[in-house]
Design a protein around this ligand. Structure first.
Ligand SMILES: [Zn+2]
Length: 55
């Protein structure tokens, strides 16, 4: 699972496919509420705000 900004979505998809050999789901963090989990505020690849969850 990767939490990334909009610039790193493609990178995260590539990493996901490499690791799991399957296509990920892309979740927009702004449109999703998590009842028992607070997603990271920052992208895992840079200092930008996290926008997407690649799972
Ligand atoms: Zn980023």
């Amino acid at each position: 699972m990767y939490v990334v900004c909009k610039d790193h979505v493609e990178l995260a998809i590539d990493m996901f496919v490499d690791e799991f050999e399957d296509a990920p789901d892309i979740v927009d963090l702004k449109e999703t509420e998590f009842s028992d989990w607070d997603p990271p505020v920052k992208c895992s690849q840079c200092e930008e705000a996290a926008v997407f969850l690649v799972v």
